[in-house]
Design a protein around this ligand. Structure first.
Ligand SMILES: Nc1ncnc2c1ncn2[C@@H]1O[C@H](COP(=O)(O)OP(=O)(O)OP(=O)(O)O)[C@@H](O)[C@H]1O
Ligand SMILES: [Mg+2]
Length: 505
């Protein structure tokens, strides 16, 4: 079989960073390929080169037997290459429909937008690709991260590419939408489309992909058929050492100390109906839920980022009113938000400035920042999350997706907050770092802190949490103790059928 993609000696540097070092590899046509590697390994850089967003310093790229040098994204598009990017570049103020058709909206007389034709095209896309859950008229701004990701993927697939590249598409997708993507990939494979899927999740590699290519530190360390080598061997190639994914030990006895935070009958936003829960020192409390069950409103409300419609929040037994996040930060709450890009980081600022934002006053005298002390403190936090020291100086924009996530986490570790709200903190993070984040959360709790953790990966909640509150339609359907929570029980309650499962059991 011929190759869809062939790279020969491709090197790409950014300043002193070598993102890709002399990479030579091929992706066979008509197959689904996983592209694996730890955070910063060079996956997105490779994706950008294939999509015309970055140019190699050296080496050649051959696509469908044609050597190419792309000037921009549209020249790769013209060759039948479409990409759903990790950093979703949709236009927030335009509707879903406009985003799907951009930049090729149907026009009359060459310039007038043909609304009727556009509606027809979008309806056809919606039918074919099963996106009934998204109203095409909605401005993208109003969609949550998961649906925005779905629109981004749909946009790429709708153009019927010969080569479809998906850069960590499932990091932000809900479970149902991961299944949706599985069906889409299957259909593309049947049609003979070549697919490259960047992911950190091995189950998806097994389910969707036939082959895998692994990058480490910008180098190609090998390509394999899926199933040819064990997952441990894959991790070893990814990390350059063996890793075992285990969860840190928990203190078995449930805490009876006074809660650090209590929510009583909390109602907020459109989806959070009524939630009562406590976070005690030493605890990691899990929140399991399918997408849109009120978890986002819960986290935002506890951080003062969403108005509480009714109910109360107590901090150390005292009633709290948050006019905004700064009030929440003042009483010792930290928040790793869902969307690190818009809420977590200032992309054009250095890692040091980003991480020290909440505590910069500690290093300032009369408005002058003592940068040496600031840097030393941030450096400690970056070490804790295994972030490269150059993050101290470089801007957040220059970091890979997973490394940006670590930066947000480091920022809150620095504040000495006692309550950490962590919304899917391991999203897009490689296996090694995931492991480190588990340890960080557990140590945070052991040091007397309390964590509220939402994760889209149920095994992660089961492995890590002291108990798990399952949200269903804005209410806690079940609060499962560590021993009671299995993938089946949590899953049943997430789907609203836990009572039924309990009756059967
Ligand atoms: N615009 C840029 N300026 C400077 N350095 C960059 C830039 N883009 C990427 N890099 C660096 O190149 C390296 C590879 O980054 P890349 O985004 O390709 O990683 P990745 O494998 O996609 O990681 P992740 O899993 O975290 O998304 C990283 O060290 C990153 O910091
Ligand atoms: Mg990336």
């Amino acid at each position: 079989m011929s190759d869809a993609v062939r790279l020969d000696g491709v090197t790409k540097t950014y300043g002193s960073t070598t993102a890709l070092a002399d990479v030579s590899l091929t992706f066979e046509a008509g197959a689904v390929h996983a592209l694996l590697g730890e955070n910063g390994a060079g996956k997105s850089t490779l994706v950008k080169i294939l999509s015309g967003l970055a140019r190699p310093d050296r080496g050649t790229v051959t696509l469908f037997d044609q050597q190419v040098v792309f000037a921009d994204r549209s020249s790769s598009s013209a060759l039948g290459i479409e990409t759903a990017f990790q950093e979703i570049p949709l236009v927030p103020d335009l509707s879903v429909a406009d985003n799907l058709l951009l930049p090729n909206q149907p026009r009359r007389f060459g310039f007038l937008l043909d609304r009727k034709a556009a509606r027809g095209q979008v309806a056809a896309i919606g039918n074919e690709l099963e996106i009934e859950d998204i109203d095409p008229r909605t401005p993208v701004r109003e969609l949550d991260l998961s649906l925005r990701q779905k629109v981004e993927i749909t946009r790429a697939i709708a153009r019927k590419p010969r080569l479809l590249i998906l850069d960590e598409p499932t990091a932000a997708l809900s479970k149902a939408d991961v299944e949706w993507l599985g069906r889409r990939i299957q259909a593309l494979k049947t049609a003979g489309t070549t697919v490259i899927l960047v992911t950190h999740r091995m189950p998806e590699v097994h389910e969707f992909c036939g082959r895998m290519a692994i990058l480490r530190n910008g180098r190609h360390v090998g390509s394999f058929a899926v199933g040819e080598i064990s997952d441990e061997a894959v991790f070893k190639h990814i990390m350059g050492r063996s890793v075992q994914v285990t969860f840190p030990a928990r203190n078995a006895s449930p805490s009876s100390a006074q809660p650090l935070l209590s929510a009583k009958d909390l109602k907020a936003g459109r989806q959070l109906e009524s939630v009562t829960l406590d976070i005690r020192p030493g605890e990691i409390v899990g929140v399991a839920a399918l997408q849109g069950m009120g978890q986002l409103e819960l986290f935002n409300a506890l951080f003062g980022a969403e108005r509480v419609l009714s109910g109360t929040i107590l901090i150390n037994g005292q009633r709290a009113h948050f006019a905004g996040p700064s009030d929440a930060i003042d009483v010792g709450i930290g928040y790793v938000p869902e969307d690190r890009k818009t809420q977590g980081l200032a992309l054009n600022r250095s890692g040091t400035e980003n991480a020290s934002t909440p505590i910069v006053s500690e290093f300032s005298r009369l408005g002058v920042v003592d940068t040496a002390t600031e840097r030393a403190r941030v450096d400690d936090a970056f070490c804790a999350v295994n972030l490269h020291p150059r993050a101290l100086y470089q801007t957040a924009a220059e970091f890979s997706g997973g490394n940006q996530q670590k930066m947000v986490l480091a920022k809150w570790l620095l504040t000495n907050c006692r309550i950490l709200l962590a919304f899917d903190p391991t999203r897009g993070v490689d296996v090694g770092t995931k492991h480190e984040i588990y340890g960080i959360l557990r140590r945070f709790a052991e040091d007397g802190g309390g964590v509220l953790l939402h994760s889209t990966e149920v095994p992660e909640l089961i492995g890590l949490c002291d108990h798990i509150a399952v949200l269903y339609r804005g209410r806690i359907a079940a609060d499962l103790a560590h021993g009671e929570a299995t993938e089946e029980t949590v899953g049943a309650w997430m789907l609203g059928s836990g009572e039924h499962a309990r009756a059967v059991a």
